[in-house]
Write a protein that binds this ligand. Sequence first.
Ligand code: AMP
Length: 213
Amino acid sequence: MKIIMLGAPGAGKGTQALMIAKKYNIPHISTGDIFRANIKEGTELGKKAKSYMDKGELVPDELVVDLVVDRLGMDDAKAGYVLDGFPRTIPQAEALDKALESVGDKVDYAIDIAVPDENIISRMSGRRACVSCGGTYHIVNIPPKKEGICDVCGGKLILRDDDKEETVKNRLSVYHKQTQPLIDYYSRKGILKSVDGTCEMEQVFKSITDILG
Ligand code: AMP
């Protein structure tokens, strides 16, 4: 099963993608996580990506596409995957389709998690991320067992630069301009499924599994 997650930043894509990956036993491939890992390791790619990410802008397509295509070619992705944060532009979606078509493959579902902008801003200011493993929490909705500490690895939890309010506003406008057109793109292909992302996390997951089976 090959799944793409769509939705504004903060709509809950990452959380739902992780739950899908676990239930269907497929890898969770997050371009944001890949960039953050590169930033942490101080790679050239990380340095380039950081300058865009800190401003809430998208990393240029040419830095993203090959990275994802290579990752999808790995053995663990043969039976399926859930892509979180990619594609984010029409050229990325077209490049993905082309790469998949060349091996006789295609995306099965594009799942859009719909959440209005006003909910997004308040959600993201409460978001906390682990500096060590990248795990995400929310001070109200998904609090860690111990304040400021990651449940999984004991790392410190911080407000990511790209979750700060000004950056979130910019990310939302970038989303509407560059990523929202993908909803039409996948709708035209007949694989778009939309779920109400304002419900409780478990309810959103149920709507998704009702679709995926
Ligand atoms: P995320 O964790 O998916 O919200 O991604 C965090 C940031 O990484 C985004 O705001 C972008 O700057 C960058 N990023 C992640 N995925 C992509 C992508 N597919 N295309 C361009 N930039 C991306």
